[in-house]
Design a protein around this ligand. Structure first.
Ligand SMILES: Cc1cc2nc3c(=O)[nH]c(=O)nc-3n(C[C@H](O)[C@H](O)[C@H](O)COP(=O)(O)OP(=O)(O)OC[C@H]3O[C@@H](n4cnc5c(N)ncnc54)[C@H](O)[C@@H]3O)c2cc1C
Length: 457
């Protein structure tokens, strides 16, 4: 892609069977699933110094395990369950309802999750490279054959037989010339959010004074009266896995192309400015927060969408809302479409559309296969979906499940010496079920998410 790099001079670091780029929730699960399905050599490349991507750098709640509503279904399983089990064994998990009724979330300690990812990948025998950024690709006869990574020791090449693009931004596909739609090309791109955590919050006082209802009223007042420079009238907070601590999704930065480092620089700074405006607002206006302060900002501003690759199939809004069924389903999703918008024109800030009857639609395997390609899969934030379908199918239970499906598919394709489009769907689904993946909605709903969790294990 970059012809100013003379790749013949770059040393070869390694040859591998499967190379996964990006160690977010999707990439980690892809690497784990491929090893578990028998792939000998699996490498995972990550630009930051820890695993987990968005799951550890800014969030603390897995959504998408359960459908919303009074009778929740548990619609994700397998490796994602094991991640939660590990967190649970360390006492670092609790279930909590979503602020907007979008289903029960699995709240965890994100710092513990960094260790859990480390331990799971090490135990599985995945070769992990941290502080290694993908900067270019090698193409041989029109086929992706390797990548170039930049490290403090210089540039290195890694050759691989198969690839999973789990970079969130579809960096591998972009460099390999694989077509995609960019967020913002058609519909406005979803807004960006710096999450922040506050300590020393008196949660009992907050709840007894009105909790969420009071918070919303005070936010609206602050915006209308102009007392605090908040970007919007809404925003959520929830208690964390540590006493007296809360985490927020409140900051909103709009109209950013997050693949452009200059726009991203401005967005990072604006996100921090807004976070501290919120801190002042909380301290001044919300009961229970007088002595609180920010103790952590997200490692980087949260990016909801950038590039969405064109796959063998593109999941659509209609698929989500008509509860589509596909023969090649590899995961389920019951999460609502949740579109975070810029409300500067007075429109709605977050637009919701729920899957009917608290059901879950199928996500076909073909959404993970870039159109016409056989050596690469695309998972997580950059899988093949329209803006609206992506706004539903991006919760972490689903991104982990996508990784799981692609990892198994890659292993089968290596084993059979076939391409991504030739993977036998029956065999893939059998392997996924054997891992514990949920490929059909449970027939009897549970009374609570906790019951659903137990019933489906
Ligand atoms: C503000 C915000 C709030 C959200 N809230 C929730 C929530 O509460 N619950 C929920 O379930 N979901 C939530 N989501 C959605 C969900 O978190 C994401 O869709 C999901 O985590 C994406 O996972 P991923 O693995 O595809 O991508 P990421 O987690 O973004 O992982 C991509 C990884 O690739 C690495 N990478 C990128 N480029 C390169 C490169 N060139 N070289 C090497 N490494 C690279 C990154 O560092 C990162 O580790 C939220 C998203 C945002 C932004």
């Amino acid at each position: 892609m970059f012809d100013y790099l003379d790749k013949s001079k770059i040393p070869l670091l390694a040859e591998t069977d499967l190379l996964v780029v990006g160690a977010g929730s999707a990439g980690c699960c892809a690497a784990l699933a491929a090893r578990e399905t028998g792939t000998e050599r699996v490498m995972l490349v990550e630009r930051y110094g820890f695993l987990g991507g968005t799951s550890t750098q800014m969030l603390d709640t897995f959504y998408g395990f359960f459908t919303p509503g009074a009778r929740p279904l548990k619609v994700a399983g397998g490796i994602p369950d094991r991640v939660v089990d590990r967190l649970d064994a360390a006492g670092a998990v609790f279930l909590r309802p979503n602020t907007y009724g979008a289903g029960t979330g699995v709240n965890y300690n994100p710092e513990r999750l960094k260790l859990v990812w480390d331990e799971m990948l090490a135990a599985a025998g995945v070769r992990v490279l941290l502080h290694a950024t993908l900067v270019d690709v090698d193409m041989t006869g029109g086929r992706l054959s390797g990548v170039v990574i930049a490290t403090k020791r210089g540039f290195f090449r890694i050759a691989a037989q198969r690839f999973v693009d789990a970079s969130g931004d579809a960096d591998v596909c972009h460099l390999a010339g694989i077509p995609y739609e960019k967020a913002g090309d058609l519909e406005p791109a979803q807004t960006l959010t710096t999450t922040f955590r506050m300590s020393n919050v008196d949660l009992a006082t907050y709840e007894s004074s009105g909790g969420k209802k009071l918070l919303m009223a005070r936010m609206a007042e602050a915006v209308e009266r102009g007392t605090h420079a908040l970007p919007r009238k809404a925003g959520s907070l929830h208690r964390m896995n540590a006493a007296g601590c809360i985490s927020t999704v409140a900051v909103r930065v709009a109209e950013v192309d997050a693949t452009d480092f200059e726009q991203l620089t401005a967005a990072e700074m604006e996100g921090r400015r807004q976070a501290f405006a919120y801190e002042a607002f909380f301290r001044d206006c919300v009961p229970g927060f007088a002595e609180s302060n920010i103790v952590g900002l997200s490692h980087q501003i949260g990016v909801r969408e950038t590039r969405r690759v064109f796959g063998e199939y593109r999941l659509t809004r209609d698929d989500c809302l008509r509860v589509a069924r596909f023969d090649d389903t590899v995961l389920l999703c019951g999460a609502p479409i949740e579109d975070h918008r810029d409300a500067k024109d007075g429109g709605e800030e977050t637009v919701w559309a729920y899957v009917p009857n608290s059901d879950a639609y199928d996500v076909p395997y073909r959404t993970l296969v870039p159109r016409g390609r056989d050596e690469i899969w695309v998972v997580g934030r950059c899988f093949s979906a329209t803006h609206d379908a992506h706004a539903s199918c991006r919760s972490m239970a689903q991104t982990m499940s996508m990784g799981q499906a692609a990892g198994v598919a890659a292993a089968l394709s290596l084993h059979d010496s076939g391409g991504a489009r030739e993977v036998g769907i029956r065999a893939l689904q059998d392997r996924l079920r054997a891992l514990g993946a949920v490929l059909a909605p449970p027939t009897s709903p549970a009374h609570t998410a906790a019951d659903a969790w137990r019933a489906n294990r």
